[in-house]
Ligand binder design. Sequence first.
Ligand SMILES: N[C@@H](CCC(=O)N[C@@H](CS)C(=O)NCC(=O)O)C(=O)O
Length: 120
Amino acid sequence: MSLVLYHHPYSRAATVLWMLEELGVDYELRFVDLTTGAHKAPELLALNPMGKLPILTDGDQVVTEPVEIPRISGVKIAENAKLEPVVTVHVYVGATDDELKTAREQAVRLYEETRSAVRG
Ligand SMILES: N[C@@H](CCC(=O)N[C@@H](CS)C(=O)NCC(=O)O)C(=O)O
């Protein structure tokens, strides 16, 4: 596992840190000093152009919205914590019944693929 959390204790990154600890996954914690503007450094802006924390990376994958973290790192987190995989499918407001049905089928398929990747 190569999760890296860019973190400052007085930020929303604290919630992500709590989640990673609760799940018992391996991660590297990198302190970013919000009080000195370290989060606006070019290397961090390259990861999150909004210039905010948290930032969670998993290799080339970058997540900056805590609610998206299970989607991006769902397989690894599920593998480690023995949780059910999380699958997210986005549909737009106003989707037709057919589009909703397709999205639901896609979610079930993704869930089954992910679960079998995790559980074997
Ligand atoms: N969309 C992000 C926003 C994150 C956010 O606002 N982070 C704050 C700390 S809690 C931040 O990094 N602020 C620094 C700044 O705006 O310069 C979320 O909801 O987690």
